[in-house]
Design a protein around this ligand. Sequence first.
Ligand SMILES: Nc1nc2c(c(=O)[nH]1)N[C@H]1C(S)=C(S)[C@@H](COP(=O)(O)O)O[C@H]1N2
Ligand SMILES: [Mo]
Length: 303
Amino acid sequence: MALRWKGGLKDRDVTDETLWLNRRQMLGGSAGLALAGLAGLAGGARAEAALEPNSWEEITSYNNYYEFGTGKDDPARNAGGLTTMPWSVKIDGLVDRPGDYAFEDILAQMELEERIYRFRCVEAWSMVVPWTGFELADLLDLAGVQPSAKYVAFETVLRPEEMPGTAYRVLDWPYVEGLRLDEAVHPLTLMATGIYGRDLPNQNGAPLRLVVPWKYGFKSIKSVVRITLTDSQPPTSWNKANAREYGFYSNVNPEVSHPRWSQASERRIGGGLFAKREPTLMFNGYGEEVAGLYAGMDLSKSF
Ligand SMILES: Nc1nc2c(c(=O)[nH]1)N[C@H]1C(S)=C(S)[C@@H](COP(=O)(O)O)O[C@H]1N2
Ligand SMILES: [Mo]
């Protein structure tokens, strides 16, 4: 897969984590500045410089993907049987060009880039992930969003024969999520197809999953097969399961506790047993970019 860097840097076939990290080390000086420029959108150049990505091993062995079981190591163990080729995404609802979009046709029209994002689960653990992907806004442009659309609904594939966890009604399958349209087309909102320049492993949501870095991880729905533009707020899986604990917005907010635990701090995966918890940042550190989306909203109520 050809990996195109924004900011004039081109690189291809980065196939392994060490290579990837070495190359980044080599990119000191002016190239580093160009990278920081690319990262300008991805959380601010200064924050970007400080972000040390988690390892491939950490990112791909500690997962939440309940369709494959509720244990953190269940997805890595059980997701191997998910068929991700061929794959298509149905885009429908309030769009000019509804239809089934083949994954490879989508890829051919998207510009892949790399974004290093903080990732914060509502369970108060976090990682830093070097995603490969494209902006959701660009995908929505393919379908042509109509002026009456206000929300975007997402759906994960449901194949009970390949997804052993769906035998248990932990959630109402298929997994569904949603965003307000302005959140969906925000330049930080990504459709990820890879990690460390390699294709997404199944346990991370192959072949393509949403990444919304300023929201709790459950908003970042995996293995997307349907995207529907609507004029009303779509139902979301965790909100349906427990509306008191999980809201539609679910923006990372250290000041609003989950009813059963504080959200003020987080455990960084890979930090070791005795690592100090890190303070959780408002909007997961992306406030400068996204706070304006919520101007005038009471964030303690509209959680
Ligand atoms: N379809 C689906 N998407 C999902 C989930 C899930 O169980 N099913 N879990 C969510 C949660 S709670 C988190 S924290 C992230 C985890 O992503 P990761 O395993 O790539 O870190 O995926 C989210 N997307
Ligand atoms: Mo999560």
